[in-house]
Write a protein that binds this ligand. Sequence first.
Ligand SMILES: C[S@@+](CC[C@H](N)C(=O)[O-])C[C@H]1O[C@@H](n2cnc3c(N)ncnc32)[C@H](O)[C@@H]1O
Length: 223
Amino acid sequence: MQFDIITIFPDFFTTPLKYGVISKAIEKGILRIKVHDLRDYSGNKHRKIDDRPFGGGAGMVFMVEPIYNALSSLKREDSHTILLTPSGKLFNQKRARELSEKENIIIICPRYEGVDERVKEFVDEEISIGDYILTGGETAALVLIEAISRYVKGVVGKEESVKNESFENGIFDYPQYTQPREFKGMKVPEVLLSGNHKKIEEWRKKKALELTIKRRGGLIEQD
Ligand SMILES: C[S@@+](CC[C@H](N)C(=O)[O-])C[C@H]1O[C@@H](n2cnc3c(N)ncnc32)[C@H](O)[C@@H]1O
């Protein structure tokens, strides 16, 4: 699978992609992540990609033409294009799984006041990662890359660990414990030390459900 990121800060992605399963998947060639400088597609000698908003108001807006140029150059037959915006559809685990089926995802990372509205005519979907405002789309792009890539075959070592995670089957993950068996009077639940796998599984299911009901009032629904 290939991600193409369109950004004015290509260096932003250098360090985060060096860690964990994502970096291993890149090494193995399972994932390809290509970062493109929007200014290379400005179409003008000053590499200008933004301007003041018509009608006045604070800040700068990404112009439509550089983004159009970038998409025209990068888009393939099998590309799926995403614009990151706080007014987009809320991203969730279900969408991450669906998007992992794509061969190529192009992510546009705006900054400042966002993009000229006409950009929206050239993308397949608009995504928000939550009801809050970030400084730019780069952090949101990293969130998408991590969540989607975990579903790409071979990225997460044991496929089991993706299956049991929170949000799968509409419930949170069960509580985990490791060494030591006791810390400041807090003991690991006896059942986990019992070696009885059936009982352990029942206990985990019960705890996962209890947590989901307590935090979300029921099973997690993802539209
Ligand atoms: C400072 S924000 C612009 C916010 C915009 N003026 C508004 O109120 O909707 C700059 C850029 O960061 C990205 N961004 C900010 N919050 C985001 C979120 N919750 N999800 C996805 N992208 C976000 C978007 O690409 C946005 O255009």
